[in-house]
Write a protein that binds this ligand. Structure first.
Ligand code: SF4
Length: 90
């Protein structure tokens, strides 16, 4: 059995649906049940070090962003050793 058939069999078994949609003008695949949820999952959106489009942006977040742009992927940060909760600012 080819590798593609093995993967397709696993997907069918898990009953996960995938959809193709345009993200920033590029067609990308995503799990149907997780489409648009990366904001909820990503620690960066709750971190005071996250400053998109700013020269003081977190260097880790910037690397992740650059990787995403270069490859048309979306990569939420699930875990981070230097996360700084935005609530700590007060
Ligand atoms: S410190 Fe971690 S959680 Fe905060 S912006 Fe950087 S990568 Fe994201």
């Amino acid at each position: 059995m080819g590798e593609e058939n093995k993967v397709n069999k696993k997907i069918k078994k898990r009953k996960i649906k995938y959809v193709l949609y345009l993200h920033h003008g590029e067609p990308v695949w995503v799990r149907a049940d997780q489409k648009g949820l990366h904001w909820d999952a990503c620690l960066c959106y709750s971190c005071k070090k996250f400053k998109p489009n700013d020269k003081d942006n977190c260097p880790i977040a910037q690397k992740v962003y650059d990787l995403n742009v270069a490859n048309d992927i979306t990569t939420p940060v699930w875990e981070c050793p230097v996360f700084a909760d935005i609530e700590l600012k007060h």
